[in-house]
Design a protein around this ligand. Structure first.
Ligand code: UT7
Length: 323
């Protein structure tokens, strides 16, 4: 009997330390006015030394499990999207597995930059549908504050730290419940790898690695690719703009988010925005925004939610989910 993935619970974690634009402008040649006007960002959270991707991912995962009424015993897979893993190996997902007390199944990290959570959701959905897993934690967890170049004002003001997680549960399609992931679509274009990247890694000699971005180029591709992704998701499900209740987009820039909302003819109050308070948390941004809108009661069971993201690679994609 066919199986689908139900998004049973969500959770998020943000470090305590909040850094305002004004605070940044004391050490970087920038201003609150510029950052707000160009990006919509007012503040971001920065991790303390103990707040690693595994630490924050574990906290978000615990909340997602509790939200789903599940425990560690229900988890048989953990897929963690990050560009800022705790170590080259073991996978950050397995640090989370150990911290949660999960003793079976498997886990791995996934590298697709800001689109990482959508990629991870897509892989998890496929594994649930083909019977490889029945309870999957999908996590996005990032500490970009550790890879920012503080001499590059064009990038260092844009990012923040945090983690978001969802717990997916396998459900038989004959169940009366119609909740679940309807579709995911993921894409990549490696030829655009030089417009957003990290210029180092543990595998490279003497290069800790800092984020480098051609903002205008990424902006241009984001608007085009994400608009295509939205149309692709709707067409694949025989749906129209009018069927979508909520857009939960990647939180890179409020100008990109507003353009996507207009494209879907969604009123602004149906578009979840956290970029003003979280800045861009890369793979964590979509699950953090989803968790916020679920927790405060905006998104309810039965709502049709469109998730989308684009990041370094280039990577991009969408997921259409009935909550
Ligand atoms: O998460 C992955 C996906 N990422 C994205 O989607 C990001 C996409 N890109 C963007 O969001 C925007 O391109 C940025 C927010 C990064 C930049 O906005 P922009 O409107 O494209 O600005 P710009 O890079 O064209 O820079 C405009 C001006 C420049 O000065 P000149 O050359 O016009 O004199 C920059 O030097 O703004 C200057 N500038 C700044 N000024 C104050 C750049 N950064 C800053 C800053 N503070 N932090």
């Amino acid at each position: 009997m066919p199986i689908r993935s139900v998004l049973a619970g969500c959770g998020g974690y943000l470090p305590d330390r909040i850094v305002s634009n004004d605070e940044l402008s004391r050490t970087v040649e920038t201003s609150d006015a510029w950052i707000q006007e160009r990006t919509g960002i007012r503040q971001r959270h920065f991790a303390a030394p103990h707040e690693t991707s595994a630490f924050m991912g574990t906290a978000a995962a615990r909340t997602a499990l509790a939200d789903a009424g599940a425990t560690a015993a229900d988890v048989d897979a953990i897929i963690l999207a990050t560009s800022t893993p705790d170590q080259a190996f073991p996978a950050t997902a397995l640090r989370v597995q150990a911290a949660l007390g999960v003793t079976r199944g498997f886990g791995f990290d996934l590298s697709a930059a800001c689109a990482g959570f959508i990629y991870a959701l897509s892989i998890a959905d496929g594994m649930i549908r083909n019977g490889q897993a029945t309870g999957v934690l999908v996590i996005g967890s990032e500490v970009y504050s550790r890879i920012l170049n503080w001499k590059d004002r064009g990038t260092c003001v844009l990012f923040g730290d945090g983690a978001g997680a969802v717990f997916l549960r396998a459900a038989k399609v004959s169940d009366p419940d119609t909740r679940g992931i309807l579709s995911t679509h993921i894409h990549a274009q490696g030829t655009l790898g030089d417009i957003l990247y990290v210029d180092g890694a543990v595998g490279q000699p003497d290069k800790p690695g800092h984020l480098v971005m051609n903002g205008r180029e990424v902006f241009r591709h984001a608007v085009t690719r994400l608009a295509e992704a939205v149309e692709e998701a709707l067409a694949a499900n025989g749906l129209t703009h009018a069927d979508v209740d909520w857009l939960v987009p990647h939180q890179a820039n409020s100008r990109i988010i507003n353009a996507m909302g207009k494209k879907l003819h969604l009123p602004p109050e149906r578009v979840v925005i956290t970029v003003d308070r979280h800045a861009n948390t890369s793979a964590a941004s979509v699950p953090l925004a989803l968790a916020e809108a679920r927790t405060d009661g905006r998104i309810r069971n039965g709502d049709l939610v469109l998730l989308e993201a684009l990041g370094g690679g280039l990577t991009w994609g969408s997921a259409l989910v009935r909550l």
